[in-house]
Design a protein around this ligand. Structure first.
Ligand SMILES: [Zn+2]
Length: 344
């Protein structure tokens, strides 16, 4: 390993602890098991890692072939080698020197996130959840898991064998496959939206992640859909293209409001798939109605509506009043610095 591998690890831990103390990061850094997520920072500072065609030069290890060429021009600032799901990757941070793009004028798109349909845009586009192909992999995973469990039961937990190790590898591969299926859909959808010429602003709802996870009927489906990952990708791809990315207030009633006349319902059951307005007679798909509301977010007095009628939650309990301003979105990645993982 390169000279600074251990130093970089200590630097990273230092940064993590500082971030935690400054409350930039919610969780205290903890010690990771060596078995999973092996990685190290391969560079010895700027300019110590080189890329030529589809080969990368790592200190000590020397030239390693990559599966694809680097897609950006510029100086390599950092290189991190990781082993994920049984495959090796190098993540290169490149200083391209390009200015962040100018804000782009265009229409506002609201996005409603869901589990059955992953996302519905206010222009009517839908992104499907790749549930069928993922479920197929989850069934395979269950078989392997059972087999590992049986092996432990018969031969003892600590009495490992090559055969059991093969099962562990198989399990990692299936996890990788699941992640690839999900990320493929997410990347394609977010790239298409981020680079769409007519889009100038994207508004999404703030997901109550902790609340959804606690729901025993939905938590598994929610976990598998990976909605937070979708939003994370969308945020940085919008930043790359100069599209404004906004999160609506958590108490903004996107589902219960009529997107046509602004009339609000007191309650709306999850089984009601269509929004029927009693006031103006609008009949619209539930998710599309929500997406259109989000697209209109910030245009007129939704703050009043949010704070007055939403002061009671679904169970009738009191909830804290809504914040009066939309939460500014943290920029996840400086546009001039691009980090992408390349398979090696
Ligand atoms: Zn209406």
């Amino acid at each position: 390993m390169s000279q600074n591998a251990s130093k970089n690890a200590i630097h990273n831990l230092d940064r993590a602890i500082k971030n935690w103390l400054k409350k930039l990061q919610a969780k205290k850094p903890r010690k990771h098991k060596r078995q999973y997520g092996q990685k190290y920072q391969a560079d010895n500072g700027k300019g110590t890692v080189k890329v030529c065609g589809n080969a990368v030069y790592l200190p000590k290890i020397q030239w390693v072939k990559m599966r694809e060429c680097m897609r950006f021009e510029g100086e390599i600032v950092q290189a991190t080698v990781t082993k994920t799901h049984g495959r090796w990757f190098v993540c290169l941070t490149v200083e391209t020197g390009e200015e962040p793009p100018d804000k782009r004028d265009g229409e506002t798109i609201g996005i409603d996130m869901g589990l059955k349909t992953l996302a519905v845009y206010s222009d009517g586009t839908t992104v499907e959840n790749p549930k069928a192909s993922m479920d197929h992999q989850y069934r395979k995973l269950r078989r392997v898991d059972k087999s590992i469990s049986r092996s432990k039961k018969v031969h003892g937990k600590t009495n490992t064998s090559k055969r059991r190790q093969k099962k562990y590898d198989e399990r990692q591969r299936i996890y990788g496959r699941i992640a690839n299926i999900r990320d493929d859909v997410h990347h394609k959808a977010t790239s298409a939206l981020g680079s769409a010429k007519h889009v100038g602003r994207v508004i999404v709802e703030s997901l109550n992640v902790a609340g959804l996870r606690r729901n025993k009927h939905l938590s598994r489906a929610f976990h598998r859909a990976g909605l937070s990952g979708f939003l994370r990708m969308l945020a940085y791809k919008c930043a790359w293209n100069g599209v404004v990315f906004e999160k609506a207030d958590r108490w903004f009633a996107s589902t219960k409001t009529c997107s046509d006349c602004g009339q609000k319902k007191v309650a709306m059951d999850l089984s009601e798939r269509e929004y029927v307005c009693m006031d103006c007679g609008l009949v619209l798909d539930r998710d599309l109605n929500a997406a259109r509301n989000l697209a209109q977010y910030g245009q007129y007095g939704q703050y009043d509506a949010a704070s007055s009628a939403e002061s009671q939650n679904g169970r009738g309990g009191f909830v804290s009043p809504a914040r009066t301003e939309a939460e500014p979105t943290k920029r996840l990645l400086e546009p001039q610095q691009l980090s992408l993982a390349f398979a090696i």
